[in-house]
Design a protein around this ligand. Structure first.
Ligand code: PLP
Length: 389
């Protein structure tokens, strides 16, 4: 028996454990201080009424002989796939039902989709980025090329014709930077991918935060994308499903073999998302459900605006927040990410996430999130103003 040696190449990710440890130590020494956490990447608002009602109804169905459900289709129930199809239509994107695969979330699909690609493929990953793209490819032993996202390109790197890559990760709106690509920028990536026979893995987990008609929610709003892009999305941030678990992946028919391979992969290694959860996800797209989830999104968007306005008034460079729950700021006075973390914790008891944890270009930057309560966000920003204003 030989173990997968690629696991030895994974770097320990101490980011969130170090954050937790530092906060714990500080609290032990300063029990009277109130800590405000603006580092969390998880939603805090509860599931909306329409989702809860739909799931209750589905639970009741499971108790009755005539409506009980056993194994469902591995690709997801038709009612949910139809609802997703309609949602894409509202953004001007025509999908076939067979192109939509329901899953238990974007993280699983991001890892699992790699089953379809050869180990010898080269992977292009922006730096900084959601660490799952890097680690899943290290586990498989693939060569990774990093593309720099930095202040000069406003954390939106564009294709470099001198780089050859087979798989390209794009996350827009981005975690951790909150940066979002325009249509014309995404068109450059699509043209590059088609020219090089590459596949774009487009992570649209935060698309629901987009607040501008001109900004694409889906890569399929871009001409030519059906021949080169797989899109992975999730109900986690859209509708608060981080603990409920549901997402979906779109694999277009136009890409040779890939749709059939993904169907084969999913029906072999996956047995579908619970019926109850899929009924909840379907309700996200109902008339009432979509209004209710928008209320939660607006709540987070308002927090993001509070943070962004405060940083502007304190003259702290930052991006994100507008189409994203993340605000990405440049640490003042050339502090490193961890120096700034300690500075905030010790002086105003506000906790964020050091940018260095998301890649080397994250050094000197810091991520704040809008997933906290409005009350805490306001209090944290009052403290920011006292320190930097
Ligand atoms: N993609 C990005 C960019 C994320 O930030 C996250 C979670 O934070 C995910 C995917 C995972 O989503 P899910 O909860 O659907 O697994």
């Amino acid at each position: 028996m030989n173990l997968n040696k690629n696991y030895e190449n994974l770097e320990q990710n101490y980011l969130f454990t170090t954050v937790a440890k530092k906060v714990q130590e500080y609290v032990a020494q300063n029990p009277d201080k109130k800590i405000i956490k603006l580092g969390i990447g998880d939603v805090t608002r509860p599931l909306c009424k329409s989702v809860i009602d739909a799931m209750h109804r589905a639970v009741d169905e499971m108790a009755v002989q005539e409506t009980f459900k056993g194994y469902g289709p591995e690709q997801g129930y038709a009612f949910l796939r139809e609802a997703i199809k309609k949602y894409y239509q509202s953004h001007g994107v025509a999908l076939k039902i067979e192109e939509i695969f329901v899953s238990d979330g974007a993280k699983s699909d991001l890892g699992n989709i790699l089953d379809l690609f050869d180990k010898d493929n080269t992977v292009l990953v922006p730096d900084p980025v959601y660490p799952v793209y890097v680690d899943t490819n290290i586990m498989a032993g693939r060569k990774i090329i990093f593309i720099n996202a930095n202040e000069n390109n406003e954390f939106l790197p564009m294709p470099d014709e001198s780089i050859q890559a087979d798989l390209i990760y794009i996350c827009s709106p981005n975690n951790p930077t909150g940066a979002v690509y325009t249509k014309s920028q995404l068109k450059c990536w699509v043209d590059y991918a088609n020219k090089n026979n590459s596949i774009i893995l487009f992570d649209s987990a935060y698309e629901a935060f987009i607040d501008d008609e001109e900004i694409p929610h889906s890569i399929y709003e871009i001409d030519g994308s059906k021949t080169c892009a797989v899109e992975i999305c999730s109900f986690s941030k859209t509708a608060g499903f981080t603990g409920t678990r549901c997402g979906y992946t779109i694999v277009p028919m136009e890409i040779p073999n890939l749709n059939q391979m993904w169907l084969r992969r999913q029906s072999t290694k996956f047995n579908g998302v619970p019926y109850i959860v899929q009924r909840g996800a379907e309700a996200v797209f109902s008339k009432d459900g979509s209004e209710e989830i928008k209320q939660n999104l607006r709540y987070y968007q308002n927090n993001a605006k509070i943070i962004s306005d405060t940083l502007t008034s304190c003259k702290i460079w930052h991006i994100g927040g507008k189409h994203s729950p993340y605000i990405w700021l440049k640490c003042p006075d050339s502090m490193t990410s961890w120096e700034f973390f300690d500075y905030l914790l010790n002086n105003i008891q506000v906790v964020g996430t050091p940018g260095a944890g998301f890649g080397k270009n994250g050094e000197g930057f810091f991520r704040l999130t809008s997933f906290g309560s409005e009350e805490n966000t306001l209090e944290a920003m009052k403290r920011f103003k006292q320190l930097f204003g």
